[in-house]
Design a protein. Structure first.
Length: 320
């Protein structure tokens, strides 16, 4: 994915577990049994099914709740929708429609509940309604606004669910309200928008209209610090899961800026991570992690014993 193509020395940077950090009571038990060439995000439906973007394979993977692969969608779709080009984040609305950030297509692709494409919008650029590498998506609590991070546009675009352009917020930089490669995005029950400001190693909070409110995090490896913030997800208890990319871990926050625990160390064995891009809590309390440069999706569970100590999919590749 764009701007993940970091120098080899930086990719190999390893930080020790945070001094004083609490390890989350999660055990890596298995991987979903398919090679995934870097994954920009996923989503779980109310019926338990899981959809994952297999980003560099230009497809969407549908799994049952038990992790069995059901089907593969893409890369190509009927005209005029064309083919996926580095799909990343996925969002679902209250009607069951899917929205995919087609990163290198500089567009949003909308599917119905049966995964038939029904709409697309966006072109490459910085004008109204245009996007530069859309990466992740989140709906406002009432479903009226779709927020989209633009990785190289250094901003968030806002659309209606039908693709009507509403506006943008954020500019390039490191000041309050400025962004440098925004990646993950979620909204809270009050309608505030949390953005993973990746290369600024922080999370910024905006109101529903994009007005800056606050931020938390700084560059480092201690609890509450980050080395490139990427995916953001809530669990059902209101805890925020943050993929802390170059620290090779996931941090969990009970409230913005209040770290609770963390999990993950650098490596390729089960329970280790290599530049994770996202960590998605599931409805049963387990957590799926997009373990980027181990090219796999890892399942973490509570109160269980690992079924094996090494993991399928722990391979090395030439970085793009």
């Amino acid at each position: 994915m764009l701007r993940r193509l970091l120098p080899a020395l930086l990719l190999a940077t390893v930080f020790a577990t945070s001094a004083g950090a609490t390890t989350c009571p999660l055990t890596a038990t298995h991987t979903l049994g398919i090679y995934v060439d870097q994954s920009g995000g996923g989503v779980q439906l109310s019926d338990g099914r899981i959809f994952v973007a297999d980003t560099y394979n230009n497809r969407l993977l549908q799994f049952a709740e038990n992790g069995n692969l059901i089907t593969v969608h893409g890369p190509g779709f009927p005209a005029p929708y064309g083919s996926l080009n580095r799909p990343a984040g996925i969002a679902v609305d209250a009607s069951g429609n899917f929205y995919v950030a087609d990163q290198f297509g500089h567009r949003i692709l909308k599917f119905d509940a049966a995964m038939n494409p029904i709409a697309t919008w966006g072109t490459s650029g910085s004008g109204p309604g245009q996007m530069l590498h859309p990466t992740n998506l989140a709906f406002s609590p009432d479903g009226s606004v779709l927020y989209v991070t633009e990785l190289t546009g250094d901003r968030v675009s806002m659309f209606s669910p039908t693709g009507t352009f509403i506006g943008t917020f954020g500019t390039s930089g490191s000041g309050a309200g400025q962004l440098n490669s925004p990646f993950g995005i979620v909204t809270d029950p009050a309608g505030n928008v949390l953005v993973a400001d990746e290369l600024n190693s922080r999370i910024q909070i905006f109101n529903a209209n994009g007005g800056y409110l606050s931020s938390f995090g700084s560059l480092g490896s201690g609890p509450g610090q980050f080395h490139f913030t990427v995916g953001l997800y809530w669990d059902s208890g209101g805890n925020l899961y943050v993929a802390d990319q170059l620290n090779n871990r996931v941090q969990v926050f009970s409230a913005p800026g209040v770290p609770t625990c963390e999990f993950g160390t650098f490596g390729g064995n089960l329970g280790q991570l290599y530049n994770p891009w996202w960590a998605m809590p599931l409805r049963d309390g387990s957590v799926l992690v997009g373990d980027t440069y181990n090219y796999r999706i890892v399942m973490y569970e509570f109160g269980v014993t690992p079924t094996r100590t090494t993991s399928w999919g722990a391979v090395k590749k030439t970085y793009r």
